[in-house]
Design a binder for this molecule. Structure first.
Ligand code: ATP
Length: 442
């Protein structure tokens, strides 16, 4: 396998040694001794994998992971620590590192790990291409032919060509972001940015700075001027997910920018302008939130110009098979398996669930069933949570051995990527490390 590797280390002897070892594997290797020169190289050349020291003269490797992953999300990064510090390693994984190595202790692991990370980086590039294709397809990317979804699609297609504010309502995982994206793609604004933010994911201060930007020194930690998303969305679309969770003080600022197209960055006095279209989404009952005093009525009227309600999956079970087939094909491509057979029992078992997490839950369930399937056959047993057979098996296997086996399968599936395994297992990365230790899987 060919691959382009960047090594970052200020210990020149080690840098050269690693460079030599990796070149002998026929990788194209470049070397940098500081974070600054590494960032320059990343600008100039194409890389697949970065191997970086944690302690660099001009940066902390754990933070560097975040910077690199934000700019080059398809790259995989392996950190090398001289101290074997688990806290750094956990933080690095949270920041998106592929894995970490303890310098000196893990020498024999370097080459296999680089191969695995390279494989993952290539997968990322494929996924990115698929995502771009979806962005180009717009409404065609919305799967389903039930009357409820067709009606929502028709409304969205009609409103897309106007510049009206849209309010998307529906339970979690029903496809609100997918619809928002399709509306943007179907509008005149598609050549400009589609900027999305989830209002529930940040504290009031961070959300304000993310939305409106800030001047350097506006608050502790504001080292540089920062452009806000409102400004990034100029000429394009701003998607505010979970708007019902926006702190009430910020709702007033949002209303002002909607009415005047004017806003003030944090720490600044000058007024800035931005022309964006707003699409908001909520899974809360905003009228109830108004009664509770959590949501401004004037903002609600401004948002509720054109509401599209997205149906829950259980209201359109006729779409389940089509969606399931779509996700099977997506994940079989990811796994490079071309001859998967899904039995009628598999689809029947899927219908048993009421899908409280909607399409997101269906997608995750299908991804997991492809990990669990035997001989490329998707049947009831690949869906242990719905098959009812799990209780028989529990008698012959302890829960601990089932858990151990499951973790092993997931780690195999993610090709050793622990951060992704933790995501699939729906546990924290620290918990995963503890379990790997406990089951002797490290
Ligand atoms: N009609 C659809 N066709 C294909 N995939 C879909 C469809 N609707 C949703 N998905 C997929 O389901 C997942 C969840 O969708 P999305 O994030 O848009 O939901 P959401 O309603 O915005 O959720 P939340 O309220 O939790 O933010 C995504 O992976 C998305 O690609």
């Amino acid at each position: 396998m060919s691959g382009n590797i960047l090594i970052i280390d200020d210990e020149i002897k080690l840098l050269k040694l690693l460079g030599m070892i990796l070149s002998q594997e026929n990788f194209n290797v470049k070397e940098a001794s500081t974070a600054r020169s590494a960032m320059n190289m990343l600008e100039q050349y194409e890389f697949d994998v970065v191997l970086s020291d944690v302690r660099l003269p001009d940066a902390f490797g754990v933070d560097l992971v975040k910077t690199i992953k934000t700019k080059y999300p398809h790259l995989e990064i392996i950190l090398m620590t001289a101290f074997g510090n688990i806290t750094d390693a956990v933080q690095a994984m949270k920041n998106g590192a592929y894995d970490y190595l303890v310098k000196g202790d893990d020498n024999e692991k370097i080459i296999p790990l680089v191969y695995k990370a390279l494989d993952k980086a290539k997968d990322n590039a494929i996924n990115k291409a698929q995502k771009n294709q979806t962005a180009q397809k717009g409404f065609e990317a919305i799967i389903g032919s039930s009357p409820l979804i067709l009606q929502a699609k028709k409304l969205a297609e009609k409103v897309a060509v106007t510049d009206a504010t849209v309010l998307l309502t529906g339970e979690t995982g029903t496809g609100k972001e997918v619809f928002a994206n399709a509306i943007h793609q179907g509008s005149e604004r598609k050549k400009n940015n589609f900027v999305a933010i989830n209002c529930s994911a940040f504290s009031k201060e961070i959300l304000e700075s993310e939305l409106f930007g800030h001047k350097a020194g506006a608050f502790t930690g504001a080292i540089k001027d920062k452009k806000g998303l409102v400004e990034e969305a100029n000429g394009g679309t701003l998607f505010l997910d979970e708007i019902g969770e926006m702190p009430i003080e910020l709702q007033a600022k949002l209303l002002r920018v909607l009415e005047t197209k004017e806003f003030i960055k944090m720490g600044e006095t000058k007024v800035s302008k931005s022309d964006f279209r707003l699409i908001a989404a909520t899974n809360r009952d905003l009228e109830e939130e108004i009664r509770q005093g959590n949501f401004r009525e004037d903002l609600y009227f401004r948002l509720n110009i054109f509401e599209i309600r997205l149906p829950a999956l259980r209201e359109r079970k006729e779409d389940l098979k089509e969606l399931a087939k779509y996700f099977i094909s997506v994940f079989s491509q990811k796994l490079h398996i071309s001859d998967i057979q899904a039995t009628p029992e598999y689809f029947k078992a899927l219908e048993k669930n009421d899908w409280k997490g909607n399409i997101r839950e269906l997608r995750n369930t299908i991804e997991r069933s492809l990990i669990l399937m035997n001989n490329h056959i998707l049947d009831e047993e690949s869906l242990p949570q719905y098959s009812g057979k799990v209780s028989d098996e529990k008698d012959s296997f302890s829960m601990r051995s089932l858990e151990k086996e499951h973790i092993q399968k997931v780690i195999q599936y993610t090709k050793g990527n622990k951060a992704e395994a933790a995501r699939l297992l729906e546990i924290g990365i620290a918990t995963l490390y503890r379990k790997l230790e406990e089951y002797g899987l490290r």
